[in-house]
Write a protein that binds this ligand. Structure first.
Ligand code: ADP
Ligand code: MG
Length: 486
């Protein structure tokens, strides 16, 4: 191939541009350059190691498809980071990927360093990934502990207080408490894996256990199948039964394997008899796992089964603050409040939005402010609210405050009505794509400066008054619920 790498890549970019959303294209692809492009290798230069990781994790398949389309080839795709990053060695955050990226020895990283380490790329943006990751080279789950999943980095909130306390307890004296086994269950992205691994970190660092084995249940399952295939069951058993602490993540996947359940049953018994700790996570209460053997379910209940619930607003804001601080980035109060208010589903998504925002602002040289955050969030919350009209919001806010829509958009200056009106305007701005002018129009033809004033008032009050913030949050949630397609 004698063509200029740059030219070829530009053609690929045109194809990629068709496949991803504009904001993602600008953030992740616009800053890329092809350094080499031939049948064997495509070397892409990107501005930061964070972008390298992100693109590699989320868009490898997209790139492969585009390349296939344009040049009908399947070169190995590798990333290099442009030289202008600050001199610091790069900590590789990903043990394995489908296409191992080439990183020259002199490679360095930017302020995104800790972003990469903290929010692992594979967890940055599940929503986006599911939409666009056309490749799914899910390398086998690796079972080392993630260094950032410690008790120190876990922000305790209402929903997680008990699970956290139990985890700390068992970590202090593994196998010696009533809590054996410990089962932490709850929805996705709520910190189950984080807490489970924190037990391991704590025990190792404080010397309360020598050998900690962390395993996602799918890995236990695949290891077991492999052991049968290679007739190395003995070795398999020795490996899993020699742990002082066995941490098994997402045990709901055991329901897929009958033999694995039997094997796990025996592993469990062996360890438990020896006074070793078994801690597990699950996406639902274990007794609701259909397809799980009764004798296993009953063993899971020998110790403590505890739920981890969604974080409240303050916790979400605290988590955002902490993540930003770890990344060495100043996160303005209003941005934290904004993101915390809007992303209330799960912490992984919250982290993902923050990481996305930081990358977006850094690449586009923008200030980290509510305006940029709004753009990111609108991108990330999929078209869920696209059909949501200003009228629907007015209707729901009016209902919430026991008012009529006419009153809400009318001329009255009564305090409660004005407050509800301001909240509706704020929500209309958050939840729809309408310009301020149009929002004003829908509120009895008010001026756009009135809308701005309303938004500022609500934002200010949210910060100073937690009860008020909570009310806005509840409203937001109920609007989401009523209007999200199910
Ligand atoms: P789960 O296993 O429940 O799906 P994870 O433990 O993987 O969720 O958590 C998702 C992300 O959110 C991780 O990056 C984790 O560090 C972060 N996280 C979850 N809960 C907390 C918390 N309470 N404080 C700080 N970070 C958290
Ligand atoms: Mg998990």
């Amino acid at each position: 191939m004698s063509q200029d790498p740059h030219e070829l890549w530009t053609q690929c970019l045109l194809s990629i541009e068709q496949r991803v959303r504009p904001i993602s294209f600008n953030t992740w692809f616009r800053p890329t350059r092809a350094r080499r492009f031939d049948a064997e290798t495509l070397v892409l230069e990107v501005p930061t190691s964070f972008i390298a990781d992100y693109v590699e994790t989320n868009y490898l398949g997209t790139i492969q498809k585009a390349v296939q389309e344009v040049v009908a080839l399947a070169p190995q795709i590798t990333f290099i980071v442009a030289d202008r990053e600050s001199p610091q060695p790069r900590a590789s955050s990903k043990p394995e990927t489908a296409s191992p990226s080439y990183r020259p020895p002199g490679e360095t990283k930017t302020t995104h360093t800790s972003v990469t380490e903290n929010a692992r790329p594979e967890e940055i943006n599940p929503a986006e990934s599911s939409e666009k990751v056309e490749d799914s080279p899910t390398s086998l789950p690796f079972s080392s502990l993630n260094t950032s999943y410690t008790f120190e980095t876990f922000v305790v909130g209402e929903g997680s207080r008990f699970a956290h306390a139990a985890a700390r307890d068992v970590a202090r004296s593994p196998g010696q408490t009533q809590f054996n086994p410990l089962v932490i269950y709850g929805g996705v992205g709520l910190g189950k894996t984080h807490l489970l691994q924190a037990i391991g970190h704590y025990a190792l660092s404080q010397g309360t256990a020598k050998k900690v084995t962390y395993v996602p249940s799918e890995k236990f399952l695949s290891d077991f199948i492999e052991a049968i295939g290679t007739r190395t069951q003995g070795e398999f058993r020795r490996r899993y039964r020699s742990a002082d602490i066995l941490l098994v993540d997402d045990i709901q996947f055991f329901i897929q394997g009958e033999h694995t359940q039997t094997e796990f049953f025996h592993t469990f018994n062996a360890l438990h008899q020896d006074g070793k700790l078994i801690a597990m996570t699950c996406d639902s209460p274990p007794d609701q796992l259909e397809g799980m053997e009764e004798r296993l379910i009953s063993r899971f209940q020998w110790g403590l089964v505890t739920r981890i619930g969604p974080p409240d607003l303050e916790t979400r804001i605290a988590i955002l603050r902490q993540k930003a601080e770890i990344s060495g980035i100043h996160l303005p109060e209003d941005v934290a409040t904004f993101l915390g208010n809007l992303i209330n589903s799960n912490i992984r998504e919250l982290e993902g939005a923050l990481t996305h925002l930081m990358a977006f602002c850094s690449v586009n040289r923008l200030e980290l402010n509510v305006e940029s955050a709004r753009q990111i969030v609108q991108e990330r919350i999929p078209s869920q609210n696209s059909q949501l009209s200003i009228e629907a919001i007015q209707q729901q806010v009016a209902e919430h405050f026991g008012l009529t829509v006419n009153l809400l958009i009318g001329k009255t200056r009564k305090k409660e009505v004005v407050a509800a009106r301001q909240i509706s305007m704020y929500l209309a701005k958050q939840l729809t794509q309408n310009p301020l002018k149009k929002i004003g129009l829908h509120f009895g033809n008010r001026d756009h400066s009135t809308v701005i004033h309303a938004i500022q008032t609500v934002e200010k009050k949210s910060k100073s008054d937690p009860a008020y913030a909570k009310e806005i949050e509840t409203l937001l949630e109920s609007i989401h619920q009523r209007h999200s397609p199910s």
